[in-house]
Design a protein around this ligand. Sequence first.
Ligand code: IPE
Ligand code: IPE
Ligand code: MG
Length: 239
Amino acid sequence: MSQLPPPEHIAIIMDGNNRWARHRFLPRVMGHKAGIESIRRVAEACDKRGVRVLTLYAFSTENWSRPRDEVDALMTLFGETIRRELDELARRHIELRFSGRLEELSPALQDQMRQANERTSVGGRAILNIAINYGGRGEIVDAVRAMAREGIDLKQVDEVTIGNHLYTQGLPDPDLVIRTAGEMRLSNFLLWQTAYSEFFSTQTLWPDFGEDDLDQALASYHRRERRFGARPEVSNRGR
Ligand code: IPE
Ligand code: IPE
Ligand code: MG
């Protein structure tokens, strides 16, 4: 049996929407629409299992290089989804946060994101954090710039100072990172925060990802031994 408590923070690289649509001879946008349904399902399942923070990688800084119509469709979908889901999130006391270079998104979407966060941030018992226009390297660059703007003496900077200037300030590091659709890379996701996260990759495409897949990831997580560089615990493992 695992000694590990349930993960406090799960981060998911939601991948495979296009492949899901292609397999069904559907337009790309249908894959992304189906992906939104998975978000609703998985967010609820995580909440039920006591996961306090769920971070979802929705759009990377590199995703602007996709065809214009796909980018436009994604941005429209983000706005529509916030509008549609906000009441329910507020009712369930889930804070909606956004991490990324938000200032590069359209002013209308920025307004929506700000209002959504204001409405849900008081008294939230769990956090749904959407990584949008997010890039891990860019986040570190932005943290350095923010520290310089604040006049912080760069000779005094330590890991805590940097952590406090990331988009994810105040959030614990992810305990578990899940990537769907079989890829085994981080794609510029939470580079700083995943230093000691456990990684789980599944072949399941994001639109097909459901409670069973989540439970598989959790079961795998509970079989891990997190060492953080220390000497392994003496255990019955492998006897
Ligand atoms: C993930 O699915 C969604 C985003 C990156 C926005 P993809 O669109 O990357 O799907 P695949 O990986 O091409 O199948
Ligand atoms: C990572 O997926 C970004 C998101 C899930 C938003 P990509 O599909 O963009 O990553 P690569 O291109 O396969 O590395
Ligand atoms: Mg992909």
